[in-house]
Design a protein. Structure first.
Lengths: 148, 148, 148, 148, 148, 148, 148, 148, 148, 148, 148, 148
């Protein structure tokens, strides 16, 4: 059976839908996960979605993905800008990874403009809200179709 | 019944009383928690005190406070200076938060002079040892009296 | 009739397909323009594609798009990092704009990590080669469907 | 008779109550001085309150306090961020000093985030409006009770 | 016959009147040119007004002015902050030049605070809207009256 | 009767006419004040001119102007570049202020290129010698004509 | 019985042997732990080896070592460069600590050249692969022989 | 027939001979072009010389040279220091390029000390006036003799 | 009669002898003034000694010295590092000035290492306590002997 | 016969044992050289030890080592932080080199934290006093055993 | 007899031909010196060639050249980037100096992009291997022909 | 017999009298040495004067002075700004040292404003030409009178 695509979300993304809706909208992370689930099924793919506020959990899941998944979509939230540990985990694996952000991080604080993940990602998509995830999944499925 | 005030302490504050007493004195974090408990009771308020060395625990408690507490007193210790994740959690909630530090952080290393939390706090109190917490509680109770 | 979507490409993108194929692949800009043309037609939309090595041409086309187009996809190439004039043109118009890059600019020189355009864009997509354009068109059509 | 506590306020604080009320409220500096006067009297203490727009006046009063006062509460306003002369005066005296600010200076311009006074203060309190002064007085009286 | 005064305007100033009216007002660049024309005529002077979105056009006109004009009024727009080529053109000529800006550039983004032109200008006027041009013309006519 | 316009000059401007004439010319500050007096009278306006080497005096006069004047022309001299106190005073008042400099400060030392006043001014005029003041007065009278 | 020496390894070191073998070789962390165990036994010492991807776990173990161990060997991985919390834990204990790295961190990214741990360590050893640990153990045993 | 060598000169170099002769001398660009023409003829080579004040023209000519020339001598003038677009054009071609400057750019403003072109050039020659071009031609002919 | 030498001391120097004696010793400023008085008399010279905590007083005295004195010895204290106004006053006069400091300012905080006065002084003497003044007087008398 | 290992020590290390013993202890450099001599002999190896205060001597010995030695242990002292010439010499040779420091350079001045040598070394050992050399020798002998 | 031209080469250039041939080729410094000797002889000139790894030797030779030579060609190697002493020696003499580098220093480490020598040189030539020296000699002979 | 005072002069000071006389005058270093010799003799003291262009020579002499001299006067020339080795030598000795410079180094290039020696010196004297040495000698003799 085909390996799943891991969809990893970092700190505070569990609040999606309630937190700062003027920036992030009212869609919840569960809504996104369900959409991704259905979207993946269309091409016979599957997703495994995780969220945590712990930096170490993200490191663990990335390592696990290296063995069990065929690709990663990651929105590491605030850890995007501070975690070398997550970047190290990514550089230790050999599967494609796409970095997504709901908001356009370049319209926000200066310290959100640098990402430790971007140089290790296949591509970066930001600013499209929940659609950032869906666009990433579509691209990743196309990209990994031949490996499953 | 009135919502409690969350009192959150970050990494290494569990060592209070044993660690570097020339900077922090001999009062333990338990001593502080008991004092806050009694101080809150005087005005019919209550506190819920937590400490963790985990960045993610602090994120979780701040999110929880957003739903269950009427205010937060936080001494995020070293995470004050490095955690955008904690700052994001704070910016996602709508209750007043006061930042405290036992020592005067401006007398210490350069990298302790910047706080990701301060721009999101109602106020900042530092340098009064355990009293920093008590002053914050007094201010927070006065400030939130009408909301309970 | 519906307004077209402007697709603007900046300096050296006319060389696409011949220049540094290890980074950019062998698809030409004409190939991309044709693909976009067909892709737009599927939803009854149209694209108007331009390329120039002149900073001022891009300023002109952005101004023109403000009056005649319903959205812009722009890959400003090197001007992304140096042109305040292009950014000013964008901030003078009221239609959505998506910034795209073929390569993952965060894997390249430090001076390619800053974009004057990103803070003014709805979203940013980079690293997917020619697909970056196609993903942008899909997102823009969805986004502007109700305005045509 | 016990030595007084000096309460020193710097440039533009004489405008308090009229200037930018959305930041500073409508309480005047005289109101604050009267409150401090009454608050001190409760514990048999006294305050001596001064305000000036002149950097040198603040230097003079700090020197004078070194000889005549048992503590200082200072809100040096804009000189907080620019005056090494005031910092030198503080470092030349041996009585406790608490730095206060009405607003949360960390929510304002970058150049207000650095204070020449903080490293020399016993503690720092900011963001509580006029209460910042009152909290400082309470802390200073407790701290200096045994010296009077 | 007296040499004219060149009035040069840079990128996006052709949009004046339509673009960001909350910053720039509704006067068009043509309105300004007509006003300058009439204003110059009062003292028997004349103006030659040009606008371009091309950096090189401004370089060309400055070189031409060196031979044909008795002074320059320039609002180089975004090129003010990025163009060493325009600065070089100015330093190659011997006639007085006044730099103007419609808005107060010091109230805008940090990168608009530096001008390559200012060190080469006789004077700088900014923040008076269209009047910035008129004040410059008045000053330049007075200054060059004896040379015509 | 109409409120006057305050004309404030900072440190060392009392030396005008004797100091570094190759930069500043031989006109004295008194000459300028007389010219402004007569210029104002033409439109039924009046000026009140002050000079001091004391930072605090300028703060005091700006505060006073807030109550008694209809506008301010200020050449804060060296304090332009160092005084947050003066900037705070300006931000506490609601009347228009124009910043002037005799010399083109952008042709001088790097540390003269930043002004704490500029972001708070209606406009900035520099490099026209004594005429900088006169141009400012003309602009301010036109601007405030309807308020007197 | 003698206190053990704690050997602490941070994020991604559990992957040792599989991850980027061209940098780190094929020895696993278990191999290293077994080697250290046998090496310690030769002098009647013992080691207690831990690894975690969680910053807080490392803080906890360092605190625990302060009470139960006679020395620490730490390879904090990516947290070396970002964790003030770990540094604070180290500064709260009184036993010798040696910092080790498998690779020569000075040949890698700029952000790996700074360590929050180094100023608090007795010594630093890097670049010798697994031997970095063994050299540290030898030095630490010699250094603490008299304390057991 | 042998491919020519392109000799490209950037903004303001058309003024050579009239502009700032104390730095650049009285030789015109035409003089230089004629000298290069004759010098090339000696070895059976030819030059094609272009000058423009437009950044985009230089991009175009570099692209054209990639197809039609056997080498490039470029003095990009002010664009040397600001144009990533020109650098991108250079990195897209496979023929040798020598960067020249008339003056010693290291004796001039700080912002002229960095060149986007130098890292892409075979060599750099500056400070020899018109001879900088001639030395470059000699070196380029020797270097490309075998390719014609 | 010969013009006197002005000896100017800035903020907090009035505390000399009481303040931080471990850095500055127990000699008072009066002691220094008397020593200078007698030292000057030996060569038929005279000194006029002033101290103030006001920046503006120092500006005034420097201006006055320009007209009445034959040289200046200045220890501007904290204003050394912050006052462009004092530097401007110095640059407006034509008599020699020697900068002195009691302590070796290069052994103190980083922000004391820069002086706005040094580039305008004939020479700088620091680190010799009260003798710094005496050495300066000796040098200044020798230097100005022929002008009296 | 086997090639020796060069042990090179830089400026002021000849003072070892007398200079700042609180940092460096009382062991002399001769003591260290003798210890290394005996340590090497145990495995049939030999050392050749040199010290100089001259940067150029170290360059010479490194070049010589490239031809005659099988490895280098270097403590370049102050030149560690300033000498590109020494770094160039190291990069010109093909034998392993270990950088050692007696003290933990990360506990000292900021300017001692950067080493031009580290990126070129096999490994770095610091903070173990004379033992830093012995640990390096042991590692180097093990590493080069097969080459002798 | 005509004064010779000094050709000075700095640290590690004695290794030329053996060291990093992929950057520097196989020509030795002796080869270069012989070529220069013969090249100079063609025009009746002579060269005196020196190389040293000692900064002070280069200072001495430059001083000597000031008295005995008619020009200098210098490749100061690593001292180019660190030696103010060499720059001071150059600024103390009055003969023309050309700076050369074998490699294109702008393609190498950032710290090799700044030269203390360039602002004092007549011209700079880099990137042509040994030919950099020969081009410099040709230029220097032409330049100094009239002085011999 | 009393220990001598070492007078050490660094690179290019041997040229004194011939080099850049507009900055340094025509007095030679020998003249200065003779003056110091006679000046010392007046109080029964002696000087030992050395000059070298070699950094290492200065290190050697400072070490030697630590054992044989009672004080040092040093003008390290260009090494003042670059040599940590010289600073280390100074910090290894226990005799007073005065830093002198002929010119006012604060009027020269930015890179001459920092001295590695100043924080280790008793005092600094600069700007008095040869007299800087004589003033230092006088101060050092007074300071060390009781130690001889």
């Amino acid at each position: 059976m085909a390996k799943p695509i891991f969809v990893l979300s970092g700190p505070n993304l569990n609040l999606l839908g309630s937190r700062e809706p003027e920036i992030y909208g009212t869609t919840t992370l569960d809504d996104i996960h369900q959409h991704l689930d259905q979207q993946a099924a269309l091409s016979g793919d599957s997703v495994a979605c995780y969220q945590s506020n712990m930096e170490g959990d993200l490191v663990n899941w990335i390592q696990k993905a290296g063995a069990e998944a065929k690709g990663i979509i990651i929105n590491a939230g605030a850890y995007t800008h501070t975690s070398i540990a997550i970047a190290d985990a990514i550089s230790s694996i050999d599967i494609p990874l796409i970095e997504v952000h709901l908001s356009n991080i370049y319209q926000r604080e200066e310290y959100r403009h640098h990402s430790y993940i971007s140089p290790l990602a296949k591509g970066v998509i930001c600013g499209f809200g929940a659609k950032s995830y869906y666009m990433a999944l579509e691209a990743l499925i196309a990209d990994t179709a031949s490996f499953s």
